[in-house]
Design a protein around this ligand. Structure first.
Ligand code: TNX
Length: 547
């Protein structure tokens, strides 16, 4: 694993008093509105309590747990009436806060966080964490002082969907690694964990009645690295862990392409030969551990066994997933493997299975070729990933999705793919969509970083395809594909400091004066010490003025 060795152990210990005034300038994502209250200062001390009602209890407990290890204070969680000196959490019906917004007041008298729902309270506590000195992230007791400058913040997200995808198929990851990713992504107010649980190289969640999928399809990772799979209980545990941090899990079993692990489980000499006709391409024997190649596998729409297997997969994953979405994949199926009409009929048929489970269909934006986005059912979601010129044909999959009434999640590969290398010669990452440092993650096309103007309308052959506007955009998602990533340290190196850039694009208002790269790199610079204290690997990007 690559370590952030250049910085580890070499950051000078800042004079603690110096950290308080800069803390408010370190918040990522930048809050919608923030007003400094000069002269007001709160100091967390040995008698500070965290008070609130039963509805705020879980968030209060989580905040106390985060702060206890570094402060060494008891931080009693109490339902007593708030008094001066407390950190008070409370629910309010203030309409301006929406479902996820919060208000955070820090004055000499105390700290108050209010929100309409626990999610907003949680985000308020994540902001408070960033207002405290970096040492608040220490796993061992530090001297403090735990000073927070006076401030009043009212903050709501721009987009309802702020996601990160993690590919546990190319390289298997155990639940504990995924929980650490959830910890870190939720701290930047992301609210979706999209789990890519199946691809050519592996199938990672046990399906009752289909032991082949994991016993055979889960054996390996890419390049014959060790494989593995989760039991259903482990999946449910991760879903619950994510929910406690206000992240919704979206499972994806990629189909009809990227399915060699599934195909392999039901074909070839080692496998159970009962269902031999799932495979469209009939490789003999199929290879399941290839690096690089895509589009070499496909499940056959004509095979009844395809549908029997997929019905089990979709229904069991849907039943274990409280969130509204099921992602059916749908990417990168070359017409030479599955011609367009068969691809379309495949996606249409699988969409009916997903809908029958009460889930909203999500897929990579190639699904905009299919026809299931009819009025009457909730709009399907197309995830745009193309890295071609968005003003040209590169944006067409998303335009077609809009034309068919779908919503769009924006994941342009050249601005959101966390598996792309960050510099020439990096031992980790691919580079087909470029070598992407923080600037490419923050600024989506040239100097404009606005998803809402990224894909303009386009006229081709006398027909105008619509623009993708904010009304069409559900949100943004950064994607961590894992062909080259094996460990949590590898994932951390690719995640930071780039994921916070995507988080800011998803959360902060486009018009905020500090919603720009120069401000972002200055603010995120203060997070390097926090990541080190958390034991969190990151890339010491030369674009960030680390301090
Ligand atoms: C493209 S983008 C893929 C993945 C790869 C990724 C590597 C998309 C929907 N498919 O299968 O893992 O590139 O960067």
């Amino acid at each position: 694993a690559v370590q952030a060795a250049a910085l580890t152990g070499q950051v000078a210990t800042p004079a603690l008093a110096d950290t308080a005034p800069v803390a408010a300038q370190q918040i990522v994502p930048i809050p919608a509105t923030m007003e400094a209250l000069p002269g007001e200062t709160f100091v967390v001390g040995p008698t500070t309590r965290i008070v609130g009602g039963e509805e705020t209890r879980a968030v209060a407990d989580a905040l106390a747990a985060t702060m206890r290890s570094s402060t060494g204070f008891p931080l009693l969680v109490s339902t007593a009436e708030p008094q001066p000196g407390d950190i008070a959490l409370g629910l309010t019906d203030a309409a301006d806060l929406g479902d996820e917004g919060y208000r955070l007041d820090v004055s000499s008298a105390g700290i108050r966080i209010e929100a309409r729902r626990p999610a907003g309270l949680f985000y308020g506590t994540q902001t408070l964490r960033q207002l405290l000195p970096p040492w608040i992230e220490s796993p061992t007791v530090r001297p403090g002082p735990w000073t927070v400058s006076g401030v009043r913040i009212t903050d709501t997200p721009r987009y309802a969907y702020r996601g990160m995808m993690l590919d546990i198929a190319r390289h298997f990851q155990p639940p504990d690694v995924v929980k650490r990713v959830i910890d870190r992504a939720s701290a930047y107010k992301l609210n979706v964990l999209h789990l890519h649980v199946s691809d050519d190289q592996g199938f990672r969640i046990a399906i009752n009645g289909r032991p082949e999928l994991t016993a055979i399809g889960g054996q390996f990772s890419i390049n014959n690295d060790p494989g593995g799979f989760w039991t259903q209980a482990e999946y449910v545990d991760v879903v619950n862990y994510a929910a406690a941090r206000f992240m919704t899990v979206i499972p994806e079993v990629d189909t009809p392409g990227h399915t060699n692990a599934i195909v392999m489980s039901y074909a070839g000499p080692e496998a159970n030969p009962v269902l031999p006709d799932v495979n469209c391409t009939r490789n003999t024997p199929p290879q399941w551990n290839l690096t690089g190649a895509v589009g070499y596998s496909a499940m056959c729409p004509e095979s009844p066994n395809t549908w029997a297997i997929l019905t089990d997969i979709v229904s069991q994953l849907s039943a274990m997933t409280p969130g509204p979405y099921y992602h059916l994949g749908g990417d990168e199926v070359p017409a030479s493997t599955l011609a367009t009409p068969r691809y379309v009929s495949f996606v249409d048929q699988e969409a009916q299975i997903v809908k029958a489970q009460g889930k909203i269909v999500m897929g990579w934006a190639e699904i905009s070729q299919a026809n299931f986005g009819q009025p009457g059912s909730p709009a399907a979601v197309a995830q745009f990933w193309n890295n071609g010129n968005p003003a040209g044909s590169g944006g067409d999959t998303a335009r077609r999705a809009v034309q068919k009434g779908m919503k769009v999640v924006m994941s342009p590969a050249n601005h959101t793919y966390l598996d792309m290398q960050q510099f020439v010669g990096s031992p980790l990452g691919l580079s087909w969509a470029g070598r992407l440092d923080v600037s490419q993650f923050y600024n989506w096309s040239g100097s404009s970083s606005d998803p809402a103007t990224y894909i303009p309308a386009r006229t081709t052959g006398g027909v105008t395809l619509p623009a993708v506007t904010d009304a069409d955009i559900l949100g943004v998602e950064a994607a961590m594909w894992s062909e080259t990533l094996r460990t949590l340290d590898d994932i951390g190196f690719q995640m930071f400091p780039r994921l916070p850039a995507t988080a800011e694009i998803g959360w902060s208002p486009q018009t905020h004066p500090d919603r720009n790269l120069a401000s972002f790199v200055n603010r995120v610079a203060g997070h390097g010490l926090r990541w080190q204290l958390q034991g969190q690997n990151f890339h010491p990007s030369p674009q960030v003025p680390w301090r």
